[in-house]
Every structure is written in C-alpha cells, then in structure tokens.
Design a protein around this ligand. Sequence first.
Ligand code: S3P
Length: 445
Amino acid sequence: MSKKFSILIKKKLKDFNQTLSVDKDKSITHRAFFLASQCQGISCIDGLESEDIFETINCLKNLGVRIFKKKNKYFVFGNGIGSLRKFKNIIYCGNSGTTARFFLGLLSTYQFPIKITGDASLSKRPMGRVIKYINKIGAEIVEAKNKFNLPLVIQGTNYPLAQQHILDVPSAQVKTAILLSALGTLGTTEIVENFDTRDHTEILLKYLGAPIRIKKIGNKKIISLRGCEEMQSFNINVPPDPSNACFFIVQTLCMKKSQIKLKNVCINYFRTGFIDILNKMGARIKVYNKRKIKGEYVADILVKSKRLKNISVPKSIIPRTIDELPILFVICGLSQGKAKFNGIAELRIKESDRIAAMEKGLNLIGIRTKSTKDTLTIYGNPNIKFQKKISLPTNLDHRIAMSFFILGQTLGVHMTIKGFESVNSSFPNFLKLQKKLGAKYEIKK
Ligand code: S3P
C-alpha cells in the first residue's frame, strides 16, 4: 500500500503543447494475468504496473502461480486450467474490485475454501452480483460480511454445472467472472448480455484460440464458451488506457490554447463513449493512425482546447463511459448550459459514491448540481472565479482524486486534495505527466 499524501494546488496551469504516452490499460492487464495463469506455458506481459495490478499478481502467487519480473515485463508460468493451489488461506485484493470479482469467478471451480479480503472501500462494494451466478453453478460462500461483502470465504465446486446466465447489471466484471468460471466448467456456458460493456476478455480469449462464440441478436449478445479446453501461453504488450487518456483530453479542452497528442491509446468501442460525448458537446477530437493489435484497436489522439456546450447524456451510452464520468462532470461544470447524465446509478457503487463525491467538489467551488439516485444535472459555469481555500477528501477513490486535480489546475483554485496516493491504483505516472505539462503543486506527507 502506498504511503498517504495530499496534493496542494495553488496555481493555474499555463497553456501547453505536448505529446504524451499515458499508463497502460488496467482492464486488459488484469485479464492478461488471469488468463495467463490458466494457459499452458510461460506468458510474457508488458502491461500496467500499478497497485491494483500488484494485488492481482500477489493473489495469483498466493495460489501457486509462479510470476517473475525482468525489466518491465512479467513472466507468468501457467499450468493450465484447474492448476491453482491453496498456498495461503487468504488472498488480499486491496482496493481492486476487478481482482476480487475475477477471483470469485475463477475460484468457483476449485473445491478448497479460501478467504477473499480487501481495503475499507472494497469491503463496502457489492459482491452479490457475482455470487448469485457462481451459486448457480454449485459454488458456495460459506462466510461473508453482511452476506454479500468482503471479507468472505468462497468454497468452489469440483462439479460445476454449465448453463445459461442472463446478465442483469451492465458490468464487464461480472461477465468476466462468469467467463473465468466457465473456463473450468465442463460443457458450454452461455451468457446473455443486454448491455454494451467492455469486451476485452472475449477479445483475448478469441486471440488465444479458446472455443468462444459471440452471436448478436438485435441489442442482445449471446456469448458461449466451452470450458476445460487447453490454451497456450502468449505475449502481450498492453496499450495505454483510454480511461487515463481522458483526464488529459479533458484538461486540454478546458485550457485556452493548448494541444496534446496521446500515442497508441486503446480505443476499444466499449471504452470510448466519452469521445462521442465530448464531440457531441463540440470538441473535435482527432483519432487517427488506427490499427489492430492482438484483437484490440489502438490509435493516436489529437486534442485542441475548445469551449464546449453541455448536453443531455442518454443512459444507453453510460456503460461505454462508466469510468470517465467523474472527469466528464468536471468539464460539464466548466462548460456552458445544463448537462444531464441519465442512468448512472452504477456510479454510486464504485470505489466511492462518485456522484456524491463529485457534487461535493463542484458545489464547494460554486457549481450548482442536482441529483437523484441515477441522474446528475450540472449547471455549467464557464466564467467561474473562485478565491477561497478548500480541502477535498477522495474516499480512497483514484478517479475522484485525478478529477479534482484537473479541476484545481484548470481554475487555479487553492485546493488540498487528500488521499492522493489512491492514484497509484491505476495511474502511477499521473503526477509525472502533469509535471511535463507544467503543472505546479506541492506534495504534503
Ligand atoms: C472494469 C469494469 C467496470 C469498470 C472497472 C473495470 C473491468 O466495472 O468500472 O473500473 O475491467 O471489467 P463494472 O464491470 O462493475 O462496471
């Protein structure tokens, strides 16, 4: 766990013209480690190095998977499906919901009991959304805080039952947990998905030659995977994360006369709803040099400063921009007109209640908002001037910390952001890249 620190911003950022490479994709890196552990042979992963990823690596090591690092690459010794061993009684997932939910899926086909734990934020997050599916295949939760929270003890089954699962939440974590469970399940598991969630697991499984089939029927997707089939090891160089790129894109748009070029960003359709939203608001984000690497599209992105107009954002696009909503709220606060985000209830159960956290920050500097359980209205104010000193908590939530940072830098608000160490869970080089843009801040230990 990183040492606690706060960030103090006093000065407004000056215009910049830069080319950057943001940190690698967290979602793809998690999946690469999980799947490598189920392959036969040594896989080589050049991916994100952040706290959430270290939690996944440590948990896999505690389940008997040999992993070592040479330069910035990780070598995972996979012994195939069903090869995990209980080396420790407990695995600790830190702040990482992806790690915890993926392990619930993966461990559901192992008969040994094992305790899954996490930090204070993760212990509040709902695990019931995965548990209900693994219960169906025969796995049990023998102990859990409030029935569905960490810490919990899972006892999987040696005789999992392949069947059809209908997804009732727009969650790629739940979908992936079921796919990981399906890997160790004899027969064909079918998932019916009615939402647009990220498909990195399906892409990687396809690339590995796993017997996965995806059928589209109208807005519905039917994903079927035949389990207990061998997969061979692989090498992967994970592209930069669009969720990290988004902070720099918004920051550039909010300046007067700046420009940024971001190299090789993953532009998976299910991750780039924010580009569509920003373009609808009037941005002209150029996505070019598009190419496909190991099944995933990557491209360079060019952005120039531009004043935007707020819009109403429909529920249908939300799963494609779920992690970028906090930073989109920042740019809506600084743009003209009324913005309304619909169907965003999922945001209340992320690392923190992100609607409440962002409203608090925006309201403190004088931007009006109104919310219900699943909507947020922001009354933008492009001419806001704010002089007072403020201090903001981040509730162990990396995306809230980075969103406040961009808000503070853009306006030059005298702002203390507490718990900034949470940024290490997804984007350890965030401050280094901000320095490159010319950002001035103090670190308070
Ligand atoms: C993720 C899926 C999303 C996202 C999270 C990463 C993934 O969560 O918010 O940061 O890697 O599958 P949900 O699937 O719960 O929406």
